[in-house]
Design a protein around this ligand. Structure first.
Ligand SMILES: C[S@@+](CC[C@H](N)C(=O)[O-])C[C@H]1O[C@@H](n2cnc3c(N)ncnc32)[C@H](O)[C@@H]1O
Length: 211
């Protein structure tokens, strides 16, 4: 089991490495997906699990973005990248499962490659619903179970190690079903392949859902 010191070192290492994770082909492949999640969000936006800020450059001008991240070392990197003029943004430390906001305050919520890292996914989704305005939109992008049996076996075999290295990322969540179960409406989702990702992380779902 993790001691607090070991956990802190792991979180720090993950935050450091995350800055390099999306260079090259993977980074280019994700551009389109970030445009159709972060890039479509409007109004007052909450982003959960922003990591070191890979979505920042895709938000539209004149929106307001609040970024909530659990890993303090990710936040250190993130705040250095906050745009100063394009739109208003701020970063806070917190956990998606207990959001420090009143009910019905956000027009959009963005979560990319982070829902599957959350310890209690259903709590986080219920919190997202609570803080979203009526007709607000959730934009999501997540890894999913591969349709191919052999890759699913690989995902299962490597899952624990991957989760350990990534501070909790799970490869076999059924995100769309979880979103449906907590009560979102108008769910639009597409299965995609993320080019340049590992065989066990390239199967993903992208979409939006309305409150
Ligand atoms: C795989 S990274 C994704 C980063 C970024 N969203 C992206 O698209 O590249 C997952 C992020 O979610 C954060 N995270 C995990 N559980 C969380 C929680 N319960 N609340 C808030 N952030 C969380 C992690 O610290 C990490 O920064």
């Amino acid at each position: 089991m993790d001691t607090p010191l070991f956990f802190a070192s792991r979180s720090r290492l993950y935050a450091f490495l995350y800055n390099f994770r999306f260079y090259g082909r993977l980074s280019r492949a994700l551009v389109q997906h970030r445009k159709t999640t972060a890039g479509l969000a409007t109004g007052k936006i909450l982003e959960l699990g922003p990591g070191t800020g890979a979505n920042l450059r895709y938000y539209r001008k004149s929106v307001e973005v609040i970024l909530l991240e659990i890993n303090p070392y990710m936040i250190k990197s993130l705040v250095k990248k906050l745009p100063v003029s394009d739109y208003h943004s701020s970063a806070i430390r917190g956990t998606a499962e207990t959001l420090p906001f009143k009910d019905c305050v956000f027009d959009s919520v963005v979560v990319t490659l982070a829902l599957a890292s959350m310890d209690r996914l259903n709590f986080a989704l219920l919190e997202i619903l609570r803080v979203m305005k009526k007709n607000g939109n959730l934009y999501f992008l997540e890894h999913v179970n591969a349709p191919d049996k052999r890759i699913r076996f690989l995902q299962k075999s490597i899952g624990k190690l991957w989760g350990f290295m990534t501070c909790g990322d799970k490869l076999n969540c059924n995100i769309t079903e979880a979103i449906h179960t907590v009560g979102f409406d108008h769910i639009n989702s597409n299965d995609i392949i993320i080019e340049g990702a590992f065989p066990f992380t390239k199967h993903a779902v992208i979409g939006s859902a309305r409150k």
